[in-house]
Design a protein around this ligand. Structure first.
Ligand SMILES: Nc1ncnc2c1ncn2[C@@H]1O[C@H](COP(=O)(O)OP(=O)(O)OP(=O)(O)O)[C@@H](O)[C@H]1O
Length: 289
């Protein structure tokens, strides 16, 4: 046989490799409710798309913080191009302290609310030590370096189209971003990638976000192809929402019905049927300012 530079590996060699050890359980990080079905683990790329204001940033913040809460040695870097670190922390605190985001961001806290915010800060101090917010430049290289420096293995790219140049539909830049995301995942990271979605044409020719699906991620089909799992967040009225799984490379797709309580920026489990209980209200405001 003539020597060849072709690269391949036999099934037998794979079976003998350390990575195939039947006694070694692969690492998997379990998110808190209602996001237990999200398969977050080293090497995975998870894509989330939704129309503007549906709650993408809030959802990934909650899912990531809830995963860190379950795994005390795990750290995450959140790369959010549009929301400043202070505002991201306020979103987290609103849920954890059960105080409305309005009251927190306007610093109009009743005495009891202030106590709850302070206790949430104390109670979750070690969690907050393990969440880092990326600062500019919002590029994959900076994100990877921040992860290395911070010891993070989980990260959020929020959102893909702005992480490149700001040109929403620059396809080649999105392709390049996606191959860098894959490299990061191959190096052992789990990447949660947020994407904007394109409006669809309705039957009467107008633009609509109804009927979003796998091909709706904006700018590049590489986003859908490159992700291991892909979700579309559908937000209906009265806080009813559905996290639809449109791709699951390593499992069967399972949707997650949700309720979104926007005043406290909290996602809760929803009802699979179209009968829904009212979202639990935050405790009533009482006491002195
Ligand atoms: N202070 C507030 N009180 C109640 N609801 C709020 C408050 N601030 C924001 N919201 C709502 O919370 C929702 C979630 O916002 P979020 O930023 O997570 O959405 P997004 O899908 O990431 O948006 P974008 O398209 O800007 O990236 C929005 O619908 C917004 O209207």
């Amino acid at each position: 046989m003539t020597p060849s530079s072709a690269k391949f590996v036999t099934a037998a060699a794979v079976a003998r490799s350390p990575a195939f050890d039947l006694d070694a359980r692969p690492e998997r990080w379990k998110p808190e409710a209602p996001f237990e079905l999200l398969d977050l683990r080293p090497g995975r790329v998870l894509l989330l798309g939704a129309p503007p204001g549906a709650g993408k940033t809030t959802l990934v913040l909650q899912a990531v913080a809830g995963t860190l809460a379950n795994h005390p040695n795990l750290r995450a870097v959140i790369g959010n191009v549009e929301v400043a670190p202070g505002a991201l922390l306020e979103k987290l605190l609103s849920r954890l302290a059960r105080v409305t985001l309005d009251a927190i961001q306007d610093r109009q806290l009743l005495a009891d609310e202030r106590r709850r915010v302070e206790s949430a800060l104390t109670e979750h101090a070690t969690l907050f030590e393990r969440i880092a917010f990326l600062e500019a430049p919002f590029a994959l290289r900076n994100l990877a370096e921040a992860m290395l420096a911070f010891g993070a293995r989980l990260c959020v790219v929020d959102y893909a189209q702005r992480f490149t140049t700001g040109d929403d539909d620059d396809r080649s830049k999105l392709d390049a971003l996606m191959s860098q995301v894959r490299k990061l995942a191959n190096a052992g990271a789990c990447v949660v990638l947020v994407s904007s979605v394109a409006r669809q044409k309705s039957k009467n020719g107008s633009s609509t976000y109804a009927g979003l699906g796998m091909a709706s991620f904006r700018g590049s089909s590489e986003l859908e192809f490159g992700a291991d799992a892909a979700y579309i967040l559908h937000a209906a009225k009265d806080g009813i929402a559905l996290l639809e799984c449109v791709k699951a490379r390593f499992g069967s797709p399972r949707d997650i019905p949700l309720r979104f309580d926007s005043p406290t920026q909290t996602f809760r489990a929803g009802e699979p049927l179209d009968t829904f209980d009212a979202a639990p209200e935050p405790p009533p405001r009482k006491g002195n300012r």
